[in-house]
Design a protein around this ligand. Structure first.
Ligand code: FAD
Length: 449
């Protein structure tokens, strides 16, 4: 009898882990559990709709799903339909790869005013996540403020600036396309708490902002003057050097010819979001950089304040994981405590047969490919434990019996393929990769056709 593994979460980490175990010698059987009726995690519901080339990685996942021994249990939420200890009893090993879907908070006054949103919600909304379609983003204002300096902040700023032709061939939802094209936004202000050298966005994402059809990129030359520590940090850091070169070119040109502009400001943090019934402005502080004893440059707020009128704030200060009932959790880091992927109990010792991979293992960093190496580290441990004979024993019951007794309406891989086909067919006449089904009813109905 082959060993059987449950993988929880069908994003890149879950799929890569599944693929590695299915092609092991001897191969494992893999059951992949996914809360949504659709697989691929943030590849479907995070990656920006105008980046279709990035989503091509889903073809790799399709090939993994076609391998013998693979089963998909969509619309099954671990922690709700089936508990951790039940999975642990039914499988020789369980790998948790359920991502980090919550937003980090800024902890400033006014953060919960209507019009102040986590970027996580905006991203999920324009990508058609079924839990986020009832949200109503009011884009009628003239200025939007995006807080953060990572690639997600840049994605959000760019999405707000895209024109109808740029959006028309994407798989963003029709509602999002309509709202963005018809929005009153003229300026998208992106705030970075540290300087341009410390910005986390990558060079291709920055360059893309200089090439938008309907928006100019603006940056104040004064924001690019570096303190001595940043000068030193920049030397030899190829990404920072390239970013700085692009930003200096942009600052030198100072163009405002297009309908919208994206303005990058550095060394600036919101200290309060202001408004009576909804967002009317952000109060920002000017920061300076200070070096810690470990040599890190941290932003320290000065007394200099400024109030910037705006109608919407999108906070992109990081994703974080949430705990799953019955599993240990490191609240401070927002991850499952682990050693290379072996889940650690409260006594710091590995829980036999329990592993993790991807964002819930290492935190929300890295690109899609990072999860392949990360999953390989974890599956390497599963293989080592299998060889050492420390996995199992497992119960002879099949999880489907248990899920049926819980009334779960499982979407199997065939059900997902029906959704996929329907979406692609809707997209084809419009030269779009797909037009997503984005309500639970539509998804579940289509999955059962
Ligand atoms: P996820 O992709 O989040 O997958 C986790 C899965 O687990 C989800 O499908 C979720 O529904 C499921 N799940 C959650 N809870 C449960 C549960 N209890 N039971 C069952 N299933 C559950 N990387 C790039 O390389 N290029 C990009 O352009 C890019 N753009 C990005 C844009 C955004 C907005 C974000 C947030 C990330 C982006 N990334 C990009 C990073 C990339 O998406 C991540 O590295 C990757 O998706 C993390 O993989 P994961 O499998 O750990 O988590």
């Amino acid at each position: 009898m082959g060993l059987r593994v449950a993988v929880v979460g069908s994003g890149p980490a879950g799929f890569y882990a599944a693929g590695q175990l299915l092609s092991a010698d001897p191969p494992f059987e893999v059951d992949l559990f996914e809360r949504l009726p659709t697989p691929w995690g943030l590849v479907r519901l995070g990656v920006a709709p105008d980046h279709p080339n990035i989503k091509v990685v889903s073809r790799v996942f399709e090939k993994i799903a076609a391998r013998p021994g693979f089963r998909f249990f969509g619309n099954v939420e671990v922690g709700r339909h089936v508990a951790h200890d039940e999975l642990a009893a039914l499988y020789d090993a369980v790998i948790y790869a359920f991502g980090a879907e919550a937003d980090r908070r800024m902890g400033i006054p006014g953060e919960d005013l209507p019009g102040s949103w986590p970027a996580t919600a905006f991203v999920a909304w324009y990508n058609g996540h079924p839990d986020y379609q009832a949200l109503d983003f009011d884009l009628s204002c003239e200025r939007a403020v995006v807080v953060g300096n990572g690639n997600v902040a840049i994605d959000v700023a760019r999405m707000l600036a895209l024109t109808e032709p740029e959006l028309a061939t994407t798989d963003a939802t029709d509602r999002a396309i309509e709202a963005i094209v018809g929005s009153g936004i003229r300026e998208i202000l992106v705030l970075g708490r540290r300087g341009p050298v410390q910005a986390a966005f990558t060079n291709p994402e920055l360059v893309e902002l200089t090439e938008l059809a309907g928006a100019d990129l603006l940056v104040d030359p004064a924001d690019l003057e570096l303190d001595p520590a940043s000068e030193r940090a920049c030397e030899g850091d190829a990404m920072a050097e390239r970013n700085l070169a692009v930003l200096r070119d942009v600052a030198a040109e100072a163009r405002t010819r297009k309908r919208r502009s994206i303005r990058l400001r550095f060394l600036t943090s919101p200290v309060a979001i202001l408004g009576h019934d909804r967002v009317e402005a952000v109060e920002v502080a000017r920061n300076r950089l200070e070096e810690t004893p470990e040599g890190r440059l941290v932003a320290v707020s000065s007394a200099e304040r400024e109030t910037i009128p705006c109608g919407i704030v999108l906070r992109s200060v990081g994703y974080t994981g949430t705990p799953l009932p019955g599993l240990p959790f490191d609240e401070a880091r927002g991850v499952i405590p682990n050693a290379g992927g072996r889940v650690l109990g409260t006594d710091g010792r590995p829980l036999p047969g329990v592993y993790c991979a991807g964002w819930i293992k290492r935190g929300p960093t890295g690109v899609i490919g990072t999860n392949k190496k990360d999953a390989a580290e974890t599956t390497g441990l599963v293989l080592a434990d299998a060889a050492a004979g420390t996995l199992g024993p497992r119960s002879q019951r099949d999880v489907t019996e248990l899920l049926a007794s819980r009334g779960a309406r499982i979407v199997d891989y065939r059900g997902w393929e029906a959704i996929d086909e329907a979406e692609r067919a809707r997209g084809e006449p419009q030269s779009r990769p797909r037009v997503k089904l984005c309500s639970w009813d539509e998804l579940l109905e289509t999955a059962s056709t």
